[in-house]
Write a protein that binds this ligand. Structure first.
Ligand code: GTP
Ligand code: MG
Length: 290
């Protein structure tokens, strides 16, 4: 299946919600709220669409499309890999958000661009986490730095980064354990990881990617807020946009945080990640476009 078809198929649940048949603003309001955009964003969008006085359904969809794209365009930025060796990408997020899978997808993507990649299995908490990453590593051809079970994650990151520096690797991904945003002890561990990275390279991590499961809807907002405060976030990856009716949360995120959305995930395979495009996303959402 082509990427856009996959996104469309995945976004059907949200698109069904937005399957508008009339210019009735109450219908539109309800439909937008059900995608989990939140009240504030919904009302702002409604105001803009209404101010243009659409005469029929077609016009309303057109104005809606324009407004939705305008809201996402400023955050649709690809992850720029600049010339550090390695460029360190720290992956963070709550449990099960899709960090490890996203690393495999990103590694696959950058390998096809001729970059050398490696990854640190700094999730030393969850049984099976290291092995999961090793399986991905074999699949995409990415060396994986791993320590002993329950080893100190920060220590492993330090040793791995040093080795990656010596080898001149282009991109080093650091896969961290999932942690809920209210666990201050685990947040402290994350800060420690960042500190040891900075001992070796004061400019690193060069990207801190917060991975968000789009199916959680509005809860994503508090995840961004706290991870941002605690360890800084340079951009977002939204996963599981296949099979959620809550795709509207991207608009709430864009509105509140203005953080780049680097990529979105629409499946479990290595090809199921694409740079985020505002137009494609809105096309999928409204089931329009080619
Ligand atoms: N459908 C779908 N599933 C996804 C996507 N991304 C990840 N998953 C699945 O979500 C589950 C959790 O993914 P992981 O990559 O292990 O998540 P994680 O954040 O590393 O999890 P922890 O390490 O336990 O915190 C796996 O079953 C993945 O296959 C996506 O874009 N779409
Ligand atoms: Mg993981």
């Amino acid at each position: 299946m082509r990427w856009l078809d996959k996104l469309k198929a995945g976004m059907k649940k949200t698109a069904v919600v937005l399957n508008l048949k009339s210019v009735d603003s109450e219908d539109l309001e309800e439909a937008l709220i059900r995608t989990d955009m939140g009240f504030q964003v919904t009302n702002e969008i409604l105001k803009v669409v209404q101010a243009k006085h659409p005469v029929d359904d077609k016009e309303m969809r057109q104005y809606l499309h324009e407004e939705l794209v305008a809201r996402l365009e400023p955050v649709a930025k690809p992850l720029e890999i600049s010339n550090y060796h390695p460029f360190v990408v720290l992956m963070i997020g709550v449990n099960g958000a899709g960090k490890t899978t996203t690393i495999a997808k990103l590694a696959h993507f950058y390998k096809t661009q001729g970059k050398s990649v490696a990854c640190v299995a700094a999730d030393t908490f969850r049984a099976g986490a290291v092995e999961q990453l090793q399986v991905w590593g074999q699949k995409v051809g990415m060396p994986v730095y791993a320590g002993k079970e329950n080893a100190d994650a920060a220590g492993l990151v330090y040793d791995s980064l040093k080795d990656a520096q010596d080898k001149g690797i282009d991109i080093l991904f650091v896969d961290t354990a999932g942690r809920l945003q209210n666990r201050t002890d685990l947040m402290d561990e994350l800060k420690k990881i960042i500190r040891v990275i900075q001992k070796l390279d004061a400019s690193a991590p060069h990207a801190t990617l917060l991975v968000l499961d789009a199916t959680v809807g509005q809860n994503a907002l508090s995840q961004v807020q706290i991870f941002k405060e605690q360890c800084g976030v340079s951009g977002l990856v939204l996963t599981k946009l296949d099979g959620t009716a809550k795709g509207g949360v991207l608009f709430a995120l864009a509105n509140q945080f203005h953080l780049p959305i680097y990529a979105i995930g629409v499946g479990e395979g290595v090809e199921d990640l694409q740079p985020f495009s505002a137009t494609e996303f809105v096309d999928a959402l409204l089931n329009t476009g080619e």
